[in-house]
Design a protein around this ligand. Structure first.
Ligand code: SAJ
Length: 458
């Protein structure tokens, strides 16, 4: 980390920002820049996204985002377009997926750079926010330099470069994006000192957390490391679940009690790791350093195998002599959201569709119909209570808040496969095994809430 010399900051203030990619990260970023008085131009290749935003509407589900977008579009701070326009700063927030064989695909980043190249001018700042393999910021800059030989770029042109370039990853949690955008600390990796200083100026417009300056490559690896760390820790919980199953022990109890140790904080096992970040980003590190990533590779394998383990557990309780109805509750990749991308719950249902002699029902309160990849497989889509009512076997795949409120009476006489420990542990009536110590007694007497080990887990 290097210190910021504030005298390095460019004299002209940043007034206009263009955000390239108005998805889960880009759109909220547009909204917060605009709400702090910057003139924002949101760019997206999808005309229907652009039209929606220009009407003040949103195309993603994120708490409080709709009201904010409506406001900043109405007051003229944000407008959207399919074609890049000149601006003082450009923030690139496009997807960086992986290919079938787990290789990073940075083609969207390079396409975004290509699209802004014609409108770049001396003094502009370009920030890459997309989660990217190490070296992507330099590769993107090399492309810009090739496309605009009339402008100079860092690091080649050093502190005298016409255009400033930095990497600053987003690290917000879906469902809490607006709060985390503002409050989280940020890493900023400029390709020159002036690039970092200019990016600090840009993010200081809305970030209340601390800003840390480092190199672009370190900032790229920091982001990947955060998600790989979580993947490895979830894999540990999932491996422990398998160990407990072998030993006929309750993994939820084992974790809760182990987490009473002051330096232990085990995460929660489940049917696998989903979403477009944690299940993807470790591969960017594995691809870059295949001989040094045995732990990360194993973690990926453990987490990717989980849906198969859940299906094996279901098959183990099936009665081979008759057709049975299996109800799967939850399809999203984590609780209380509508996002089914890379969802392990969807994977479980897809695998179950191939198991003979079962009638399959799925319920997901946050979406209106079965996701496309589950269509045409004879799966019935209904609400949770009707699904339970018709089922012999109930499989809980996502611990949505409303599933925790289901009356245990409705589940009586059903075979339960609770992959999240919601009904069988967290909401279960358990004998009180805790003998309250002096410290807890005093805290209770002072009206402090009772601490539970699981409070720290999620
Ligand atoms: N999961 C478990 N057990 C747990 C915690 C999570 O099985 O104890 C599963 C979830 O069910 C889900 C998956 O892991 O399928 C990922 O969920 P998540 O809540 O851990 O993370 P994401 O993908 O929603 O967001 C992550 C965040 N990264 C970290 O927490 C390190 C977020 O801060 C990043 O900004 C985001 O990835 C991203 O965009 O990269």
């Amino acid at each position: 980390m290097s210190e910021l010399n504030t005298t390095e900051i460019n004299a002209t203030a940043i007034k206009t920002v263009s955000v390239i990619g108005m998805g889960y990260i880009g759109l909220p970023t547009c909204a917060v820049f605009a709400s702090r008085g910057l003139q924002v131009i949101g760019i997206d290749v999808n005309p229907s996204v652009v039209e929606k935003v220009n009407r003040g509407e949103v195309h993603i589900v994120e708490p409080d985002l709709d009201g904010l977008i409506q406001k900043v579009v109405a007051n003229g701070q944000l407008r959207a377009s399919t074609t890049p326009q000149p601006a003082d700063a450009f923030v690139i927030a496009v997807p960086t997926p992986i290919t079938e064989d787990h290789k990073p695909d940075i083609s969207y980043v390079l396409a975004a750079a290509q699209s802004i190249a014609p409108v770049l001018k001396a003094g502009d700042l370009v920030v890459l926010e997309s989660t990217s393999p190490v070296g992507t910021t330099r590769r993107m800059t090399a492309l810009l330099a090739e496309l605009r030989p009339d402008l100079s770029f860092p690091p080649a042109a050093g502190e005298d470069a016409d255009v400033l370039v930095a990497y600053s990853p987003e690290r917000v949690l879906p469902g809490k994006v607006l709060t985390e955008l503002t409050n989280n600390d940020r890493s900023i990796g400029g390709l020159s000192k002036r690039s970092s200083a200019r990016a600090v100026e840009l993010y200081s417009s809305f970030v209340a957390g601390d800003l840390f300056i480092t190199s672009a490559e370190s900032a790229e690896l920091v982001k990947l490391t955060e998600n790989a760390f979580r993947d490895v820790n979830i894999a540990f919980a999932n491996e422990l679940a398998a160990v407990c199953q072998d030993l006929s022990l309750n993994v939820w109890e084992v974790i809760e009690l182990a987490n009473r140790h002051p330096r232990v904080n085990i995460l929660q096992p489940g049917p696998g790791v989903g979403g477009h970040c944690i299940a993807v980003d470790p591969y960017f590190i594995i691809d870059a350093a295949p001989n040094s990533t045995r732990l990360m590779s194993s973690a990926r394998r453990i987490n990717s195998d989980r849906p198969f383990a859940v299906v094996r557990d279901i098959e183990a309780v099936l009665d081979p002599t008759r057709q049975q109805t299996v109800a799967c509750l939850g399809l999203s990749f984590k609780p209380n959201i509508d996002d089914v991308r890379e969802s392990p719950a969807v994977e479980v249902v897809k695998l179950l569709a191939d198991v003979p002699n079962i009638k399959l029902i799925a319920a997901e309160p946050h979406i209106g119909a079965l996701p496309g990849e589950l269509e045409g497989k004879g799966i019935i889509f209904t609400d949770a209570l009707s699904a339970i009512d018709r089922a012999d076997i109930v499989v809980l795949l996502v611990d949505h808040r409303q599933f925790g409120l289901i009356d245990p009476e409705a589940l009586k006489d059903k075979e339960l496969i609770d992959t999240r420990g919601l009904w069988t542990w967290r909401k279960a009536k358990k004998p009180d095994a805790r003998i309250e110590g002096k410290k807890a007694r005093e805290e209770r007497q002072r009206g402090l809430p009772l601490r539970r080990a699981t409070d720290r887990a999620a």
